[in-house]
Design a protein around this ligand. Structure first.
Ligand code: SF4
Ligand code: SF4
Length: 95
């Protein structure tokens, strides 16, 4: 089963309060110079949460599947990461 198909088996309850935050966008610009594009967070995220608009990192936190990979992959510990508030975020559609 492809990742896209697996993602379809999830459902999301949007938390209005983002559970992911970039601590310092200037660091992301330096990261782009050092690692190129896509940066590590973009490479590892299975849900396309991160995109680089040429100047800053844009987050679509609503799509996050809460795997935690970006938090580990960011070489600068630049992602403030927490789970969505209770009852919000993603859940399995079946099971
Ligand atoms: Fe920013 Fe970290 Fe992503 Fe690099 S890996 S762009 S520093 S969040
Ligand atoms: Fe992407 Fe996983 Fe990070 Fe969510 S926790 S933004 S799905 S890498």
């Amino acid at each position: 089963m492809r990742v896209e198909e697996k993602l379809y088996t999830l459902r999301y309850k949007r938390d209005e309060e983002p559970h992911l935050r970039i601590r310092d966008q200037a660091q992301c610009a330096k990261c782009e110079q050092e690692y190129g594009t896509p940066q590590p967070c973009i490479s590892v995220c299975p849900a396309n949460v991160y995109t680089w608009d040429g100047h800053k990192l844009v987050l679509s936190y609503e799509n996050c599947v809460e795997c935690g990979a970006c938090r580990i992959a960011c070489p600068f510990h630049n992602i403030a990461w927490s789970y969505p508030r209770y009852g919000l975020g993603m859940s399995l559609r079946y099971g």
